[in-house]
Design a protein around this ligand. Structure first.
Ligand code: 26V
Length: 838
């Protein structure tokens, strides 16, 4: 094993070519293209050619766009590697503290444009490729998205990796290298189907396989007493192999490491069985082991699915901690100073088993006493909570934990005993003890992973001010009482490099022209736009740049849906995972109400709108899939009704992912952030849309609250019940039928939906959906409907006053600099990690 993987070991594919051709440079004549006069362009052109010939094995004449993509990515990677080695060497030599961001999800998207942009190579690459007769824009489209995440939580981890590198926080991201990331969504007749996303099929030029960086992770077996010590004898061992991807910061300032684990069987082939003709059985162990890194979020409907998920969590937690300890001990004599050198952030409870695993490694492998191990463990960990929804709070059945992780289960019991003793000493009664226990006794005995993460951490954070307040007051109220001051807030952020500079080059060039180059590095300079909000000429330029983005999105809509939309219409956008609490249904029902109104008053001066939806539903989430179906059914009717004269269109774009988001965010006029108040922990799409100049229509939920504080009440459209009102209405009981009866518009909409106006071929398709609203309406769709529709009318009225609309839009862009993930990371670094950015 090496001391530091980024500075040692063979670099797999990329050095293979160099060995064949140590001289490196190829003569331009050999490939029939002339040298470029700009030396920087010429150097990159040469490097791309070398990579194409010696690594891809292609020739310029016959190279496919994919070949050029790989050649360019490898050429860029070479330059990144130099910075990477330098950054790692410096951190090690100075003994700086570093961050380990443990996350089962990293929703990275594409890396080429990001690396080029951050390395300042975008124009050079464009010219170098042009000299080879290749178009950079086309090449960028060749890269598949790395979709190793479900939604906001995974994308946050990716933004944080970019920000940590940009502001100079030494960091490793630890996760799993899933062979199949998030499924590809295909819609046929309005129904979602899930297809595997095979992002690694053609290889991945960004990663380095560290064949020499391997850890063993055990499962099952027994704990036995040997010479007075407890020893775990696992029944099965899986190998974890590291794959490293460089994470490049702004202007190549620092390069960190995303280290993802791939699972391999310890004993890939039972040769005896194979030779006896059992060809499949001989490989069964291999299949079982490798299933661990096969798919992101395996379906957990079945017991087998749940077990696989727990195996994933433990596999990556154990491998990552073994790696952290190995790196630490290569530099220091012991583990006593681990908390001074590493901060380990648990991204949600998915890595929470790391708490007991670090205890196990410190005690069983490194011979520490319990108290010292606990001091180190609590000194290292901190935990971020991303949802308070009860059905999303992770817990594992005790019998499963005992069978799969017997030693960890013993340690969890011991942690719990010490924790409950302390609470008892504080005078805690039985009710308090039951509520703060790591074991839920009421529910067939389950380990509460949120409690384990909370107790094992020095800080616990929520992701917006409102959400953190709700953590203190609701789900974690009792733990907060016994561990006061542990909960802190860290409002989420987004990386402006990806979500403004790269996604919206038209707007960025206007910002640079107006505010200077500095705005690219320092988002606080966006404040300077405030004084341009009342400048009609500037507002026109702002609207014109956004028009470019809207035309681009119109083309995507035409290509993918065969639907013509008017780029001059208001683009009203709701893009995010499909979930009942996010209330896409509320938006669709308002669309139907608007449709009814437009037909009833055809001569009114309607604000033309395109309702744009995108998002995936979990494969087994039937209600969410039905909402997708309804959106399509409504779209079919609305889009084909000539009486609307094109004033309303509905577009559901399939397969929402990071790359599609990069096209949508710059083109949105209206940002729909309409979750039931109290249920959206933060939201980050809300920040991306506001930054690009969309006005928000939203509830006082998650980070919307803080967006309003910054952009000002007159530049955001807030409606609906507050979190406190939602809680009291639920507590007091309420009757959705009475609410519907009191709203003629809603009654009409629900009648139409329930009676098959949008599904004439199956009139009863939405009967159940409407019945659920009338009988339960758990997400208060009916309760907020009228308030939402009134707010939408205000939105339309504002659209009719372009001066006011664009003034508000400019003020949104001007005032959201605080939502940069650089700010978020600085706060974590200072208040949680105690790491100094440099
Ligand atoms: C998952 C599930 C799955 C089971 C059914 C209910 C349910 C409800 C919520 C979730 C979300 C799990 C964690 C998550 O992704 N949270 C998101 O984290 C983002 C980054 O902090 C934040 O912006 C989003 O508001 C939050 O939903």
């Amino acid at each position: 094993m090496t001391t530091d993987a980024a500075t040692a070991g063979p670099m797999a594919a990329d050095t293979a070519g160099a060995e064949l051709h140590p001289g490196g440079a190829t003569s331009p004549e050999a490939h029939g293209s002339a040298p470029h006069s700009d030396p920087a362009v010429e150097a990159l052109r040469q490097q791309i050619l070398d990579r194409l010939i010696y690594d891809v094995g292609g020739t310029p004449k016959r190279a496919s766009p994919r070949d050029w993509f790989v050649a360019l990515a490898l050429a860029v990677r070479d330059r990144v590697v130099d910075r990477w080695r330098a950054a790692n060497a410096e951190t090690q030599q100075r003994g700086d503290k570093s961050v380990c961001y443990m996350s089962l999800e990293f929703l990275v998207g594409r890396l080429l444009a990001d690396s080029l942009g951050n390395m300042g190579l975008r124009d050079t690459a464009r010219d170098a490729l042009a000299a080879l007769g290749v178009d950079l824009g086309e090449i960028l489209e060749e890269e598949p998205d790395a979709a190793l995440g479900n939604g906001g939580l995974g994308r946050l981890a990716a933004c944080f990796m970019e920000s940590m590198a940009s502001i100079g926080v030494p960091a490793y991201g630890y996760g799993i290298r899933y062979e199949n990331g998030l499924f590809r969504q295909v819609i046929t007749d309005g129904t979602q189907h899930e297809l595997p996303e095979d992002w690694l099929q053609l290889g991945n030029p960004w990663e380095f396989e560290r064949a020499n960086l391997v850890y063993h992770v055990g499962f099952g077996g027994h704990v036995v007493a040997e010479n007075g010590a407890l020893v775990w004898r696992p029944g099965e061992t899986v190998r974890a192999i590291a794959y490293d991807t460089p994470a490049v910061g702004w202007q190549g300032h620092r390069v960190n490491t995303l280290r993802l684990w791939s699972a391999r069987a310890s004993d890939p082939l039972r040769l005896d069985a194979f030779n006896h003709g059992d060809h499949l059985g001989a490989q069964a162990d291999r299949m079982k082991a490798e299933a661990i890194s096969r798919v992101l979020y395996p379906g957990d409907e079945t017991a087998a699915g749940q077990e696989l998920r727990l195996r994933q969590e433990y596999f990556f937690a154990s491998a990552s901690l073994q790696d952290i300890l190995r790196r630490h001990l290569s530099q220091y004599d012991g583990v006593a100073n681990l908390p001074e050198k590493v901060a380990v952030q648990l991204n949600d409870t998915h890595p929470a088993i790391a708490v007991s695993e670090l205890m196990r490694l410190l005690i069983d492998r490194h011979g520490l006493e319990w108290d010292e191990a606990w001091r180190i463990t609590r000194g290292c960990f901190s935990y971020t909570n991303h949802t308070l929804m009860p059905e999303a709070l992770e817990s594992w059945a005790v019998p499963l934990m005992e069978r799969l992780l017997p030693r960890n289960m013993q340690i969890i019991y011991l942690i719990n005993a010490a924790h409950l003793d302390a609470v008892r000493q504080m005078g805690g009664d039985d009710a308090l003890l039951r509520s703060v226990s790591l074991i839920d006794e009421g529910n067939g005995r389950r380990v509460r992973m949120g409690h384990l993460a909370f107790v094992g951490s020095h800080h616990v954070n929520g992701v917006s001010a409102l959400h953190t307040g709700l953590m203190r007051d609701t789900v974690f109220a009792d733990l907060n009482r016994v561990c006061p001051n542990r909960i802190v807030n860290k409002t989420n952020g987004i990386t402006f490099r990806r979500w403004l500079l790269r996604a919206n080059p038209a707007l960025t060039s206007l910002l640079v022209d107006t505010l200077g180059e500095g705005v690219q590095s320092d988002p606080e300079l966006l404040q300077g736009l405030v004084r341009f909000a009342d400048d009609a000429g500037f507002r026109d330029r702002f609207a014109a740049q956004r028009r470019t983005a809207k035309e681009r999105l119109s083309h995507v809509i035409a290509d993918r849906l065969g639907l013509a939309v008017n780029p001059a219409a208001m683009f009203d956008v709701q893009v995010k995972r499909i979930h009942e609490y996010k209330r896409q249904l509320l938006n669709i029902l308002q669309t139907v109400a608007l449709y009814n109104d437009m037909r009833a008053q055809p001569t009114r001066d309607w604000a033309p709108r395109v309702k744009i939806f995108a998002g995936k539903a979990a494969a087994s989430y039937h209600e969410a899939k039905l909402i997708i179906r309804l959106a399509h059914d409504v779209a079919r009717v609305v889009n084909n009704d000539p009486s609307l004269r094109g004033q309303l269109k509905v577009a559901f774009l399939p397969n929402y992912n990071v790359s599609l988001a990069e096209v949508i965010m710059p083109a949105a006029d209206l940002s729909e952030q309409i979750s039931t108040a109290g249920l959206e922990a933060s939201g980050t799409g809300n920040m991306k849309l506001a930054l690009n100049g969309a006005l928000t229509i939203g509830t006082l939920d998650g980070a919307n609250v803080e967006i309003r504080e910054r952009v000002g009440d007159e530049n955001i459209f807030i409606f609906g019940l507050t979190a406190a009102e939602v809680a009291s209405q639920k507590r007091d009981g309420w009757d959705p039928r009475a609410v519907v009866a009191a709203s003629p518009a809603l009654s009409q909409v629900l009648d139409a939906v329930a009676n098959g106006v949008f599904s004439p071929e199956e009139p009863g398709r939405y009967r159940g959906l409407v019945d659920r609203l009338l009988n339960h309406d758990n997400f208060l769709v009916t309760a907020d409907f009228d308030s939402y529709c009134r707010k939408q009318e205000e939105v339309s009225a504002r659209w009719h006053q372009p001066d006011r609309w664009w003034r508000s839009a400019v003020l949104n862009t001007a005032n959201v600099a605080w939502f940069s993930s650089d700010r978020t990371i600085r706060e974590y670094a200072e208040e949680i990690w105690n790491v100094a950015p440099r």
